[in-house]
Design a protein around this ligand. Structure first.
Ligand SMILES: [Zn+2]
Length: 205
């Protein structure tokens, strides 16, 4: 792609780093921004810059938050003895939308995936195990997507906490294999949390 302007080229190159955005789409977006009022493009770049610089991760559940302890963890009406283990913030948002869960979350930040070079220590697993060791947690609900990586991650955590008195469950797999949690409809997802099954039952078959 030949550019008449280095500034344009740089913007297109940066934009095309985004997933699903090829050079052509990047060019279309950048040209759109040039036609927009200047303020709008500046507001977008400011929003991205501020978010990147100032966003925090909750010190307890690792959810994205503007404050040290996120709104869910600091809410006294949430049951701190039940923790739902999820992969990322999109899953927290999906489960929160169902209004079916009143416990807390623990955001792992991914799944164990040897192929991608992601091991247990690349994820927020140690802090979860520490919470279990403190003895306040009575139930751990695994809500990772039902993929091989999800299963591996569940099983790894399950093995780590076997010596502690904590009940483990997994959300009912009404959601078909390969479906990501974030795409499940709210009713199905809500029901699958309410009708969760003991984790042991899920690994037998
Ligand atoms: Zn939190």
């Amino acid at each position: 792609m030949e550019f008449s302007s280095k500034l344009l080229e740089r913007a297109v190159n940066e934009m095309s780093q985004l997933p699903g955005i090829g050079k052509r789409t990047a060019l279309r977006l950048v040209l759109f921004m040039l036609r927009q009022p200047k303020d709008q493009t500046i507001a977008l770049s400011e929003a991205l810059k501020t978010m990147r610089n100032e966003v925090k991760f909750c010190k307890s559940c690792h959810n994205i938050s503007d404050i040290e302890l996120c709104e869910i963890c600091s809410n006294p009406n949430r049951k701190e003895e039940i923790i739902c283990v999820v992969e990322d913030i999109k899953d927290v948002m999906a489960i929160e939308n169902t209004s079916s869960f009143k416990g807390l979350y623990h955001v792992l930040g991914g799944k164990i995936s040897p192929i991608d070079g992601i091991g247990p220590h690349d994820l927020n697993i140690d802090s979860l195990i520490n919470k279990i060791k403190e003895g306040k947690v009575k139930e751990l609900i695994f809500a990772l997507s039902p993929t091989m990586e999800g299963d591996t991650t569940n099983f790894y955590i399950y093995r780590q906490i076997q010596d502690y008195k904590v009940f483990t469950s997994t959300i009912a797999r009404g959601i078909s294999v390969g479906d990501e949690l974030e795409y499940a409809d709210e009713i199905t997802l809500g029901r699958s949390i309410v009708n969760r099954i003991p984790f042991e039952n899920s690994i037998k078959n």
